[in-house]
Ligand binder design. Structure first.
Ligand SMILES: Nc1ncnc2c1ncn2[C@@H]1O[C@H](COP(=O)(O)OP(=O)(O)OP(=O)(O)O)[C@@H](O)[C@H]1O
Ligand SMILES: Cc1ncc(CO)c(N)n1
Length: 267
């Protein structure tokens, strides 16, 4: 049992602290939940890029998930980087009977452009995890790969991709427009009630390492706190935009620095 809302992240480790489980735990903590973390892979990574990946044996990932779910009252799960197709299968089996909202961030490539999962893992994500997702949160290239279409070029394209992901089996899809450019950063959600877009002013900064991880774990934290999906997405987007604005004022590392997860504490 747990008398605080629990958000469980199932994701890879970023030793430089801006993405992966490190970002997810900071986000859960900043937003008032208890963060738990199952590590699926270790990366050798900093703000400049990823130079190594060591994945955790699939059975060991599944054992970690079962151990946490057996004991803690998990309010929502966020799934991030899964290093291999076998880990994807193990995660889908371990979560199959869990009655808990799942936010699936289908991580494929880091901000630096480095590939984080092999292509057979992408097929497994599409067939085994997308159908379990309460919401799937791809960026533009990830959505294109998952639905087998050309990458979206504008907001209408984001909506088309979000609809198509519901056809693949996700209950809802939030296609992120961070890669589209423009004055606004727009994400489009398709759920059972239709389509809604979420807009924020684009922050002019190189410090965007971990934006996707932060958004998905903030959505999962909102769901763990009991918010409906659309409110959880709106709150997550506002939290991320504040973290980008504050992160733009700081420098950590020499490449694409992190967002400031603790921006509300620093105000
Ligand atoms: N410069 C920016 N200003 C404001 N919002 C941004 C900016 N860059 C990205 N975002 C927002 O950050 C979130 C993540 O978007 P993005 O499309 O970059 O995802 P991603 O590629 O999965 O992230 P990551 O680079 O961490 O892998 C979205 O809500 C997007 O709109
Ligand atoms: C461990 C990890 N997960 C996800 C991302 C995506 O940004 C990253 N760079 N590193």
């Amino acid at each position: 049992m747990s008398d605080v809302p629990v958000m469980l992240s199932i994701a890879g480790s970023d030793p430089s602290g801006g993405a992966g489980i490190q970002a997810d735990l900071k986000t859960a903590t900043a937003l008032g939940a208890y963060g738990a973390a199952v590590v699926t892979a270790l990366t050798v990574q900093n703000t400049r890029g990823v130079t190594g990946i060591q994945s955790v044996p699939p059975d060991f990932v599944a054992d970690q998930i079962r151990s946490v779910l057996d004991d803690l009252d998990v309010g929502a799960v966020k799934i991030g980087m899964l290093g291999t197709a076998d880990v994807v299968v193990a995660v889908s089996v371990a979560l199959a009977d869990a009655d808990v909202p799942i936010v699936l961030d289908p991580v494929m490539v880091a901000t630096s452009g480095d590939r984080l999962v092999p292509s057979d893992a992408v097929d497994a994500i599409r067939t085994m995890l997308v159908p379990l997702a309460t919401v799937v949160t791809p960026n533009v290239p990830e959505a294109a790969v998952l639905v087998g279409a050309d990458p979206a070029k504008d907001v209408d394209g984001l909506a088309e991709a979000a609809y198509a992901l519901r056809e693949v089996g996700a209950a809802a899809a939030l296609v992120k427009g961070g890669h589209l450019g423009g004055d606004l950063s727009v994400d489009v959600l398709a759920d059972a009630d239709g389509v809604r877009s979420f807009e924020a002013a684009r922050v002019s900064t190189p410090n965007t390492h971990g934006t996707g991880c932060t958004l998905s774990s903030a959505i999962a934290t909102g769901l763990a706190l009991g918010l409906p999906l659309r409110e959880a997405v709106a709150d997550a987007k506002a939290y991320l935009t504040g973290a980008l604005l504050s992160g733009a004022e700081h420098s950590v590392g020499h490449g694409n620095g992190p967002v400031d997860h603790l921006w509300r504490m620093h105000q």
